[in-house]
Design a protein around this ligand. Structure first.
Ligand code: GDP
Ligand code: MG
Length: 384
């Protein structure tokens, strides 16, 4: 577990971080305000300044808050009976270097595989969508996060939302491995997410898919032809070439590497994919259900936003009454706009949802104020 810093402590107990550095120095320990320290050091320091110090992460702090309302995320996870778990679609993020074709690929997949274009409907971007693919005669769903780029991926992970099951790494065959390709690989590896490589732009003159395969072996992504276990598919996002094969490869990779199951028969939980304030409809949030089933009428809390689900819409604007695991839905009825990556949970009552949201809001406000105070005290110190 990560340690805490003297700055963190200073913020909590409202003192100047420099003062804590000094106290620790007199105890024979040299440390800067931003250096990560272990619990033992904090214990010695605490005895000196008269505080009982416990290091808890923001996550743990929030867990404790939820426990006050009898919501225990851990025990719910562990209590999952094997027979309650049902297969769920993989959730996929498209990553890769700028201009290598992430957006184009997501558009092509959406246009050719969602039901909207058959029904003549208009698909709207809600931050995620689902497609149906036939694999060996069996219809299978895949959920795409429609927010390309690893900024979104890291932002969500940083907020505790582990959304992605499989990453599609897009590499343009006329450009090869570039810095953000490497970054994307590192992010996926850090999150332990299997990668399917889409070698894109094979329609472009001078495209060299073999070169991409060669380059990627250096990063541990070895294609099956080369004796490795990473699936590579040569595609043209522009012409739609082999996009169906790419989707099959995603399913095959998920089936081979992952055991994607969830219990649909419990209170829903998941993460906010994107959210905004709509003039007519108020706060509109796209959430991805990860466990359980979300229903119209459920009381939910996402970060410090809360409310009762008034209506749910899919990416085709179709009303939904319920949404099970791996389903993205646009939710109406929140009283404020949550942040992308905020985890959402269903609360037993409207009142509980409101109280959790308000406590989080208060914690966030206190942290903000402490930050502001710290700046003031440091300036004062410099003047002296
Ligand atoms: P992103 O930055 O990764 O999202 O890249 P974009 O999807 O915006 O694509 C960058 C440019 O490459 C755009 O002009 C696309 O139309 C073009 N492009 C994407 N895929 C292909 C492809 O398969 N073939 C060709 N010829 N152009 C493509
Ligand atoms: Mg783009």
């Amino acid at each position: 577990r990560q340690g805490a810093t003297l700055s963190d402590l200073a913020e909590k107990i409202n003192v100047n971080p420099a003062a804590l550095v000094t106290v620790l120095f007199h105890l024979g320990e040299m440390a800067t305000a931003t250096q990560s320290l272990d619990e033992a050091t904090f214990e010695i320091l605490g005895q000196e300044i008269g505080w009982n110090i416990k290091i808890v992460s923001a996550e743990e702090e929030d867990r404790e808050l939820l426990q006050q309302f009898d919501i225990d995320l851990d025990s719910e996870q562990e209590d999952q009976d094997d027979k309650d778990l049902k297969p769920r679609p993989p959730v996929v993020t498209v990553m890769g270097h700028v201009d290598h074709g992430k957006t184009r690929l997501l558009d092509t997949i959406r246009k050719t595989n969602t039901s909207a274009h058959e029904a003549g409907g208009i698909t709207q971007r809600i931050g995620a969508y689902q497609v149906t693919v036939n694999l060996e005669g069996e219809p299978r769903k895949i959920t795409f996060l429609d927010t390309p780029g690893h900024e979104a991926f890291t932002a969500m992970r940083a907020r505790g939302a582990e959304l992605t099951d499989v990453a599609i790494l897009v590499v343009a065959a006329d450009d090869g491995v570039m810095p953000q390709t490497v970054e994307a690989i590192n992010h996926a590896k850090a999150a332990d997410v299997p990668i399917v490589v889409a070698v894109n732009k094979i329609d472009v003159e001078g495209a060299n898919p073999e070169k991409v395969r060669g380059q990627l072996t250096e990063f541990g992504l070895v294609s099956e032809e080369y004796g490795g276990d990473t699936m590579f598919v040569d595609i043209s996002a522009k012409l739609g070439t082999n996009v169906d094969k790419l989707l099959e490869a995603v399913l095959l990779t998920a089936d081979a590497d992952l055991d994607l199951r969830a219990n649909p028969n419990m209170d829903a939980r998941g993460a906010t994919v994107e959210a905004r304030l709509d003039k007519g409809r108020g706060a509109v949030a796209t959430v991805l259900v990860q466990q359980g089933t979300l229903h119209v009428g459920d009381a939910i809390v996402a970060g410090s936003a809360y409310g009762r689900v008034r209506a749910m819409l899919d990416e085709n604007g179709k009303q939904m009454k319920e949404a099970g695991p791996s389903t993205p839905v646009q939710v109406l009825g929140l009283t404020s706009v949550p942040t992308a990556g905020d985890v959402f949970i269903v609360a037993p009552e409207d009142r509980t949802a409101r109280q959790i949201a308000e406590k989080r809001e208060a914690t966030a406000r206190a942290a903000q104020q402490a930050k502001r105070r710290k700046v003031v005290s440091l300036e004062t110190l410099n003047e002296q």
